[in-house]
Design a protein around this ligand. Structure first.
Ligand code: SF4
Ligand code: SF4
Length: 442
């Protein structure tokens, strides 16, 4: 028996002794006075006389703090095997489709990049369907409608959806939209479109949002988006709306306002707000979907929101992850309006990142596919292999990881729990305590 190397503990300033194990993702809280005992056990568990306290032995054992001799040694291999199996699962296809790169917004942070008004043709639409048909092992399609602004090509979405639906696969869809065109007609079609998640960006309260996310050529957008949300949440649609707020140094104070505004206006579990951090390198093609961000900043931001602003619906406890995104999953493709295929959402519109085209199905840049899938993966990274957080970390954004290798940059790819574990566990414990009190009141 030994103390798991995935275990840690610390004396909390507010809540006694907190213990966490990343391999089992377990958390324990003890009295401050237990610190000496836990320290002794962690140094040499075999020498400790547990007959004095069998309950402690039971708790540490079942929560994975104490493990059999070799248990930790194979954990990296087991997790790697699971993650690779998921990445190479041909039964599921992740398909992100941008039917247009056009956008009706002129947001300064991406306007320059969206000048190219490509719109998908019927021929490309048909070739996407053929592309799916050729992948005979696919049983499930996870579909994301994306742009530009996808609702500008709504008729194309409807007709492509009908053709994909007729293939008889199980489909679950999501749309990333600026929300301006989410009108009654679109809402009526959500069920047919299998859309269970809608992501909409608000960049602050009315004033801040309208100063950053205005129509091409000028024009406010906040009130129209909110009116559309009203309509959506009055409908019988049973999906989930994620309000993304692009956060940077200039508008981060607005996050609380947006959060309270949405919470108070709707009081509806179908809608929630989360922070999106605009890229640090600033070369994203669509910041509304930028996945990679500075994780330290995110940790700091989450702690601040809970501590100072009373926002508690934030991910303050780690979760076991399989990881992988379109870049590292074999059966994941991002298809642009001209049928061009990429391995990353953020690459749409960048010619040198094209790996293939549905209109020329035999032409693949397999070198680029392999580079992005293998070199972008964290599974062979020496630092990750021995990292305490490996069980609960997805390795961050593979695109950022590749940039770190190829350019003279150092983007953060680590989970924010690495830099803020103690503060976040404190918050998690306090959330649990608060919930107990609230549940007691009901
Ligand atoms: S590589 Fe990074 S930016 Fe691209 S889809 Fe994956 S997580 Fe998102
Ligand atoms: S990305 Fe960072 S936190 Fe995650 S496993 Fe690798 S070294 Fe650890």
């Amino acid at each position: 028996m030994r103390w798991s190397r995935y275990s840690t503990y610390f004396q909390s300033q507010r809540n006694g002794l907190l213990l966490y194990n990343s391999a089992s993702n377990s958390f324990l809280q003890m009295e401050e006075a237990a610190f000496g005992v836990i320290k002794t056990i962690s140094e040499n568990p075999e020498a400790y006389d547990f007959s004095k306290d069998p309950g402690l032995y039971f708790n540490l054992r079942t929560a994975g703090f104490l493990v059999d001799e070799k248990k930790d040694d194979r954990l990296y291999d087991i997790l790697k095997m699971r993650r690779l199996s998921s990445n190479y699962n041909n039964g599921v296809m992740l398909l992100t489709i941008a039917p247009t790169r056009n956008c009706n917004f002129g947001c300064p942070y991406c306007y320059e990049k969206n000048k190219d008004f490509a719109l998908m043709t019927e021929e490309t639409e048909n070739n996407i369907v053929e592309f799916i048909k050729r992948r005979k092992s696919v049983q499930q399609i996870s579909l994301v409608w994306y742009g530009g602004e996808p609702l500008l090509a709504f008729e194309r979405i409807l007709s492509l959806n009908n053709k994909i639906t007729s293939l008889g696969k199980s489909i679950r869809a999501m749309i990333v939209t600026n929300g301006y065109g989410l009108n009654e007609k679109v809402i009526r079609e959500l069920e047919n479109l299998h859309i269970k998640t809608i992501q909409i960006t608000l960049d602050g309260d009315r004033e801040t949002h309208d100063s950053r996310r205005f129509l091409l050529g000028g024009g406010k957008t906040f009130d129209r988006i909110v009116a559309n949300l009203d309509g959506l949440l009055k409908s019988a649609w049973d999906g989930k709306v994620n309000i993304r707020m692009n956060v940077d140094e200039t508008n981060k104070g607005d996050y609380t306002k947006v959060h309270h505004f949405i919470e108070e206006r709707y009081k509806d579990k179908r809608i929630s707000v989360y922070p999106g951090f605009v890229h640090i390198e600033g070369d994203e093609t669509n910041p509304d979907v930028a996945c990679c961000f500075d994780s330290e900043k995110k940790g700091e931001f989450l702690c601040e929101q809970a501590d100072k602003n009373g926002i508690f619906d934030l991910p303050v406890f780690p979760s076991m992850v399989l990881g992988g995104c379109t870049m590292t999953k074999r059966n994941a493709y991002v298809i642009g309006p001209e049928g061009e295929i990429y391995k990353c959402w953020d690459d749409v519109g960048i010619p040198e990142k094209v790996v293939g085209n549905v209109n020329e199905p035999d032409q693949w840049n397999m070198g680029l596919v392999a580079e992005e899938m293998i070199e972008g993966s964290y599974l062979e990274d020496e630092e990750c292999k021995s990292c305490f957080f490996f069980p609960v970390c997805d390795g961050g954004c593979p695109r950022a990881r590749l940039a770190n290798k190829k350019k003279d940059v150092k983007y953060g790819t680590c989970t924010y729990f690495r830099s803020h574990l103690e503060e976040l566990l404190e918050l998690y414990f306090e959330q649990k305590e608060r919930k107990k009190v609230c549940d007691g009141c009901n």
